[in-house]
Write a protein that binds this ligand. Structure first.
Ligand SMILES: Cc1cc2nc3c(=O)[nH]c(=O)nc-3n(C[C@H](O)[C@H](O)[C@H](O)COP(=O)(O)OP(=O)(O)OC[C@H]3O[C@@H](n4cnc5c(N)ncnc54)[C@H](O)[C@@H]3O)c2cc1C
Length: 321
């Protein structure tokens, strides 16, 4: 219960959808508690930091607003120095890293990181979260699941089969990403510009230093994303094998004069939503269980934002589904 005696809301997942839903609920006076399985907030608005101090935005590359609501949000991030324009006019990136806006929004809210929610247990009005590390949180009046759809469906199935069934209809393309660092002289100047080549294997290639607010660093850092087709074909290979093959595919674009100092692959099994559910969010007022995420509306950061806001409105009884 919150100080005002209002039952609290648990939010599973600290990607943009979860953090935005939590922010709007907190602003309306609801007690919220976010649980995130990875080490911090951001989700697929992700930044990987290596032990050598290299940082790569290996998930979402930029955000772009189509609607006025998200445009105002990006403008607010920019006003706080959390985002800045990059490249073509209406593209923005987080500053100093892609996860910065979500991290800033989550700060100040109760957030448990580094442990996954294994199950939602209990009864309506008194839900509890069983954590993978053996801990428990709760009770909560409502639980909002903002994990990618297949993971959301698995959590919801025992307690909200209809919501789980709806979530399970979303379809994703995977993305294999490659994080590369080269000695400065290994790549020809100017920096590798962000490109979306029309290529069977390479969907995207960009140099981190071309983005605003990044520390220059001694190394030239490049992120490569494989196409959905190439990613599907190589999805179950080891990270080392993916790194070798994807580097070979990217070689014509890099024209590197020397081997990379750092080449690490990352598998995004649920990267880009190909078929969304087609509802702004899922919410069952009778049980206090709901779900949100890009997979409700489409495969972009803005879809996650719109879905998170819609779920907060639904919980507050303002419609929005
Ligand atoms: C390679 C790649 C490139 C992309 N490029 C772009 C782009 O350029 N522009 C764009 O707009 N979009 C892009 N996207 C899509 C964009 O990143 C997503 O649409 C958006 O970030 C999704 O936000 P979300 O909050 O719905 O989900 P997520 O960001 O995935 O957040 C879900 C969170 O739930 C957590 N979680 C899952 N299961 C559990 C559990 N059991 N317990 C606790 N926590 C859990 C996860 O760790 C994660 O942090 C890209 C995505 C990828 C992967």
């Amino acid at each position: 219960m919150t100080e005002q005696g209002i039952p609290g809301v648990a939010v599973i997942g600290a990607g943009l959808a979860g953090v935005i839903a939590a922010r709007d609920l907190a602003a309306a006076g609801r007690g919220v508690h976010i649980v995130e399985k990875s080490r911090g907030a951001g989700g697929r608005m992700a930044t990987r930091r290596t032990r050598d101090g290299l940082a790569f935005d290996h998930g979402a590359q930029y955000v772009r607003a189509h609607g006025a609501d998200f445009a105002a949000e990006i403008a607010a991030w920019a006003a706080r120095g959390l985002a800045a324009p990059w490249g073509e006019g209406d593209r923005f990136v987080g500053v100093p890293a892609m996860n910065a806006p979500v991290k800033a929004l989550a700060s100040g809210m109760p957030l448990t990181v580094g442990t996954a929610v294994a199950a939602i247990e209990g009864v309506p009005g008194r839900w509890e979260l069983a954590l993978a590390d053996g801990g428990r949180l709760g009770p909560f009046a409502a639980v909002l699941v903002t994990a990618p759809a297949p993971q959301a469906a698995a959590l919801l199935a025992p307690v909200a089969p209809a919501l789980a069934e709806a979530a399970a209809t979303a379809r994703y393309a995977p993305c294999l990403a490659l994080m590369l660092a080269f000695a400065p002289e290994a790549l020809a100047p100017p920096c590798v510009p962000a490109q979306r080549p029309d290529h069977a294997s390479i969907a995207w290639i960009a140099e981190e230093a071309t983005k605003p607010g990044r520390a220059a660093g001694a190394e030239r850092r490049v992120v490569v994303h494989a196409t959905p087709g190439w990613s599907r074909a190589h999805l179950e290979e080891t990270p080392d094998a993916v790194a070798r093959s994807l580097l070979a595919e990217a070689a014509p674009f890099l024209a590197a004069r020397a081997a990379p100092l750092h080449a690490v692959a990352h598998r995004w099994r649920y990267a880009l939503v190909e078929a969304p559910v087609g509802r702004a969010c899922l919410w069952d007022a009778a049980t206090g269980l709901g779900a949100a995420g890009d997979w409700c509306l489409g495969g972009r950061v803005e879809a996650a934002y719109d879905s998170g806001r819609a779920l907060a409105r639904a919980v507050l009884g303002e419609g929005g589904r």
